[in-house]
Write a protein that binds this ligand. Structure first.
Ligand SMILES: [Zn+2]
Ligand SMILES: [Zn+2]
Length: 468
């Protein structure tokens, strides 16, 4: 049973997908606003949800993962004016940066990356629906959401509407019926990019975009998981809930997952403090897999503190894993084929059970990593001092578990011939299938390997994998 901490209920709950067959999971994570380079905070968020996605897949779910790009908003307009380039050019540039850095972190691509600029028609329909349902009003080309009309406002961030009201800045826009009301549609100021709408020329507000883009992808219906950084709980996600439930007339999302903040040497990361690191800068100093190892080294909800010391520790721990893979691969070559020992088999099962239990418990990656290191220690012991009767399958069993666990955490192991862990794992499974004379499965696995761009060849001494 997978348990996740749901911000909406404030508790750890059993994860039960909406899908009646219990297989399909719909998941949406707020994407970046591409007006600048991605930084460590982004790296953490997308690594966190990449692990969630990979683990759900490992547990047999079919995950549809959607992540947007907020490619038009105040920051983008401001920056494109400063740089005197079109907003489309600016966002393209930083979307490219997003992909460059995130792929280095071995983050799987989303199933779809909707752009706000490509969804404006749907966003307009969505706003109209909210107006029709009586939750929004139009003033002089702007459309506002009427917060007081929505009963559940504050349920995600646990804020009380009266407290919010006394804290709201009065006088920001005197035309609003209530200072808490927020814009669904913003009237274009002179010189700003705009789209035509029934309410006049303008563009969507930030919050409505995510509601419309997610529901668009999931058939305008309640979906399973919405993720994002803790900083998005209020007002962004609170407003997403209000708009979406006002439009849907029922629940928007079942499980809200939020990852913790990143600090640098225990200080808040900020440009003004000069401790703001882009991923590009960090990768000049550290290998991306070291950074990923560091990021998964902390449970996703806890704050994560970045320092050179901690990165050095991560670097050494990751190196130790790579080393164990290399040493065991050498060992496998010289060991007799023989039988898998009962003891190793049992131990491997225990490691797998412990790994799964840790991950089932709200994705407890530090404990999962500890299990990887148990395997590593065992493999080093085998290498240093092979016990009598140690056979190939003993080492292979631990090694394939190690590769499998690393793959779930997205830690990419490349051995000397540059074979990704996923391919090695498939090859290992194929080897097993052949041993069990399951030719159909072996053949399917070969095709999977080929689809990943590798060829596989069975020789007298074993299997050779080559890049196509
Ligand atoms: Zn969102
Ligand atoms: Zn969002």
């Amino acid at each position: 049973m997978i348990k996740v901490h749901n911000t909406l209920t404030g508790t750890k709950e059993e994860f039960i997908p909406l899908d009646k067959a219990g297989r399909n999971v719909n998941m949406y994570v707020c994407g970046i606003t591409p007006y600048d380079e991605v930084h460590l905070g982004h790296g953490r968020c997308y690594v966190v949800f990449d692990v969630v996605r990979r683990y759900l897949k490992y547990r047999g779910y079919n995950v549809k993962y959607i992540q947007n790009f907020t490619d038009i908003d105040d920051k983008i307009i401001k920056r494109s004016n400063e740089l005197k380039i079109p907003h489309t050019e600016l966002s393209r540039k930083f979307i490219d940066d997003y992909f460059t850095q995130m792929r280095k972190l071995n983050i799987l691509d989303a199933d779809s990356y909707p752009l706000v600029t490509g969804t404006v028609e749907d966003i307009k329909k969505f706003i109209q629906k909210i107006i029709d349902n009586g939750y929004a009003y139009i003033i002089d080309g702007d459309v506002y959401f009427s917060v007081r009309k929505f009963n559940g406002y504050g349920k995600l961030s646990k804020r009380n509407i009266e407290d919010l009201k006394s804290g709201a800045r009065v006088g920001v826009d005197e035309r609003k019926e209530d200072p808490l009301d927020f814009a669904l549609w913003k009237k274009a100021k002179p010189g700003e990019p705009f789209w035509d709408s029934p309410w006049g020329k303008g563009r969507p507000g930030w919050h409505i975009e995510c509601s419309a883009m997610s529901l668009n992808e999931f058939g305008f219906d309640t979906f399973d998981i919405h993720g994002g950084g803790l900083d998005l709980v209020f007002p962004h996600h609170e407003n997403e809930i209000a708009q979406s439930e006002a439009a849907l007339g029922k629940g928007f999302v079942n499980y809200w997952l939020h990852n913790g903040f990143v600090t640098i040497n225990k200080e808040k990361m900020s440009k003004s403090l000069g401790n703001f690191f882009t991923l590009r800068e960090i990768f000049e100093k550290y290998d991306p897999m070291t950074v990923r190892y560091f990021l998964v080294g902390q449970q996703y909800r806890s704050p994560l503190d970045f320092s050179d010391d901690k990165l050095e520790q991560a670097k050494n721990a990751w190196k130790r894993i790579l080393n164990a893979v290399e040493k065991s691969s050498e060992l496998i070559k010289i060991l007799p084929s023989g039988e898998l020992s009962e003891n190793v088999k049992k131990q491997a099962e225990t490691f797998a059970k412990n790994f799964t239990e840790a991950m089932d418990d709200d994705f407890n990656t530090p404990v999962a990593l500890a299990n990887i290191h148990f395997l590593v220690n065992n493999l080093f012991l085998f290498h240093k001092n092979p016990p009598a009767g140690l056979n190939k399958p003993d080492v292979q069993t631990f090694l394939s578990k190690l590769l499998e666990f690393c793959d779930i955490l997205g830690l990419k192991i490349q051995n000397d011939t540059d074979i990704p862990a996923a391919v090695s794992l498939l090859s290992e499974k194929r080897h097993q299938a052949r041993k069990e004379k399951n030719w159909q499965l072996a053949d399917d696995l070969r095709k999977e390997i080929e689809n990943l761009g590798y060829t596989i060849e069975d020789t007298g001494t074993g299997t050779k994998i080559k890049k196509k």
